[in-house]
Design a protein around this ligand. Structure first.
Ligand code: NI
Ligand code: MN
Length: 229
């Protein structure tokens, strides 16, 4: 399993030559080094409706003839824009053959806006994904605050790598992310959803120290960098 960071919460997971792209937001991210048209995807996974997770989903899905996997409401909305979709919901799993994807809970919101940014519609429940492939387990927590059932997921899954938001304000910050990592039982953590905007500035080095003090591995990925597990 190869995990490439495209900034904010966007990661590309490559398994047996297949590419899963989670939460594509690059055209709206001034620091992004990849363009939506250069991203290859077999599936596009969306954790929730917010535009900093979904902005480039439809163009990438259409370019690649790739279905969008999302909660029922987000999938329906993306379907209206011409994308193929696979609806899921929390607690459900999807067997793609080369990987099994489970949608898990996130404690956040998931409203979606119209094109003029004036109407917020119901975007279903926010979630995260657990991806199991080749004996490895990856968690993408989506946007979330700390919640007690992270312990339940830690009991149910053997998480090798957790992608956790650490930006604060809109999600948990670094201290809670360390607790989340502990509760998820994650062996290694990659911080996401920080430094994209001025109000979610965090220092990845001090986060790595917090993880280290908790006995958890850390892997900071620069934009475009790949972690192999
Ligand atoms: Ni969000
Ligand atoms: Mn977000």
């Amino acid at each position: 399993m190869k995990i490439t960071y495209h900034g904010h919460s966007c990661v590309q997971v490559e398994i047996e030559g297949k590419s899963l792209v989670i939460d594509p937001f690059v055209s709206g991210n001034p620091a992004a080094i990849v363009k939506p048209e250069d991203i290859r995807a077999d599936f596009v996974l969306l954790t929730h409706a917010h535009s900093d997770h979904t902005l480039d989903a439809v163009p990438i899905a259409l370019n690649n003839n790739a279905p969008i996997v999302a909660n029922f409401e987000v999938a329906t909305y993306m379907g209206w824009q011409g994308a193929q979709t696979i609806p899921m919901n929390i607690g459900g799993a999807l067997d793609l053959g080369f990987a099994k994807i489970t949608m898990i809970q996130a404690f956040h919101s998931s409203g979606m806006t119209d094109e003029e940014n004036k109407v917020i519609g119901y975007g279903g429940m926010p979630g995260g994904f657990i991806i199991e492939a080749g004996g490895k387990t990856l968690l993408h927590a989506g946007d979330t605050g700390l919640f007690g059932d992270m312990k339940m997921y830690g009991e149910l899954f053997n998480i090798d790598v957790a992608l956790l938001p650490i930006g604060g304000q809109l999600t948990m910050g670094p201290e809670d992310a360390v607790t989340a990592a502990r509760w998820f039982g994650a062996k290694q953590v990659v911080p996401i959803h920080f430094n994209t905007f001025p109000f979610i500035q965090q220092d990845e080095k001090s986060f790595a120290v917090l993880l280290e003090n908790a006995g958890i591995g850390s892997a900071y990925l620069q934009y475009g960098e790949t972690l192999s597990v």
